[in-house]
Design a protein around this ligand. Sequence first.
Ligand SMILES: [Ca+2]
Ligand SMILES: [Ca+2]
Length: 378
Amino acid sequence: MKNKTLWILGLLTISIISIAYSFTKLANPKKETIAQDCTEIPNTNAGSDFKPTIENKSKPAGKVPKGMVWIPGGEFSMGSNVEDESLCSIKGVTKDAAPIHRVHVDGFYMDQTEVTNEEFEKFVKATGYVTVAEQKPTKEEFPTANEADLITGSVVFTPTPSAVNLNNFLQWWRYEPGADWRHPYGPQSTIKGKEKYPVVHVVYEDAVAYAKWAGKRLPTEAEWEFAARGGKTGNLYAWGNDLKPKGKFQANIYQGHFPIKDGDTGEDGFKGIAPTAQYAPNAYGLYDMAGNVWEWVNDWYSVNYYKSLAESGKTTKNPKGPDAYYDPNDPTEIKRVHRGGSFLCTDQYCTRYMVGTRGKGEYRSAANHVGFRCVKSI
Ligand SMILES: [Ca+2]
Ligand SMILES: [Ca+2]
């Protein structure tokens, strides 16, 4: 069993790890209470290092592809302020998203929603594609694993029976044999009736394969953030600076005590994952740029990337990410960037539904809170 656990550990390199340094600061109940009490702290980030977003003026002629919107691109300030950008003023939470730096992206079309089960099914029917989660892991990829442990499956969120210390995510994630995009909770589960839900249990290469088939591609991290900000400058969220304008949630995240059974109160309208487009879109007409499921983007993850761009002192044109991945917390893991947070993000644990923040995931690891959306260049 120990070997299996170790093997699972190898697979469990999903975006939750990206918040390792934040949850250690929220590990004891006292601080957790503080976290719950500080959701209404006003934004102290505005006006810091952000300079106005300048949108490109040009617009392509011709029809907008179905289900997509035009994102004009332009120049904007990307990232977050490490000192202040946290609901609870916990310094360091968004360290990898600092410093704020100036970027220009060209215009592009973007899917209005996360790719849904029904869309992904069309792709699989047309191509016979088999996702990574459906493929038997090989000895080559996991040389230290027992043969008996090399079974298809994916990682599924599993609430804990009672309150737990938040410093060990293995308490609420399990490797579920037979879990895949068609069976999000294991072989007995189905996506029947969930056609409009985002597809999950897809890894980076699955997302790339879908995008290619659809005549699209994955966004760069800069394109994703430009689009998520909706032409606004320096906001905390894709919709503005208040988490709940007029007391109303704007995204499917997590309320209540994380991660215990029945702990998710669903105050935002949904316990767990939701169909796409259940909340108002941002200013560009994009849904769920915060929450619901994390979204793969094309960039390698490097903790130092933003710093290197900022140090250049220039506006970076169409950045495509670093040449190599680098995460000092997991130096052997090969990671791509995730953006937007998920239905599991909570102010107690992971506030990465904030628009300037980042997530990351091992590029061949799937889970039931990670999906994607595509873009298209003109
Ligand atoms: Ca929710
Ligand atoms: Ca999302």
